[in-house]
Design a binder for this molecule. Structure first.
Ligand SMILES: [Cu+2]
Length: 178
């Protein structure tokens, strides 16, 4: 029987907490063009970094008021550092459709640039560094749970600038209902 992809994440949760923990949310998808006839679960906006057909798996584990999000990639650009964040909106043809970062304590001033709100404890951020084969994974835990219906995607950003693209530009998006 294959070992579930999420077992690495689950193994970090103390066993005593498991019976009361909600079931993990797992989204596994191939990256497709945003223009696909059926709106894809995962969209690539930059084929040089995230080729169509490359893969993503997002695992969300909620337990005792904490949330762990794991992101695994395969078949994407090798030796690249992809910042990955939870955003409020769903993925769309326009990379901006995914909206701003989800914030546990929402900054009253939007777009949020105040470091008191726009930081890695108040937002869920991780970074996936890929190996020479274009695979990589990362995991982050925060001390809060998402408000239901308020966060809908994981966005991959470019780790560095390239022709026609700035570092931080949105290069791919995965729909995940947190
Ligand atoms: Cu982001």
């Amino acid at each position: 029987m294959p070992v579930p992809f999420s077992s690495l994440t689950t193994a970090l949760v103390p066993l005593a907490l498991l019976p009361s923990a909600a079931a993990p949310t797992v989204v596994a998808a191939d990256f497709d063009p945003a223009s696909a006839f059926v709106p894809p679960a995962a969209v690539s906006y930059a084929q040089d970094l995230v080729p169509y057909g490359s893969q993503v798996r997002v695992t969300v584990v909620r337990s005792a008021g904490r949330t762990t999000v794991a992101v695994a990639l395969a078949g994407v650009a090798p030796e690249h550092l992809f910042p990955a964040h939870v955003h409020t909106g769903r993925c769309g043809a326009d990379p901006a459709a995914s909206g701003p970062h989800y914030q546990h304590l929402a900054d009253p001033v939007q777009p949020s640039t105040d470091p008191a709100f726009a930081n890695g404890r108040n937002e869920l951020r991780t970074e996936v560094r890929t190996d020479s084969t274009g695979a990589g994974r990362a995991r982050t835990t925060v001390d809060w749970e998402f408000r239901p219906g308020s966060a809908h995607s994981v966005v991959l950003h470019a780790g560095e600038a390239a022709a026609g693209r700035a570092a931080g530009d949105r290069v791919a998006c995965v729909n995940v209902d947190f």
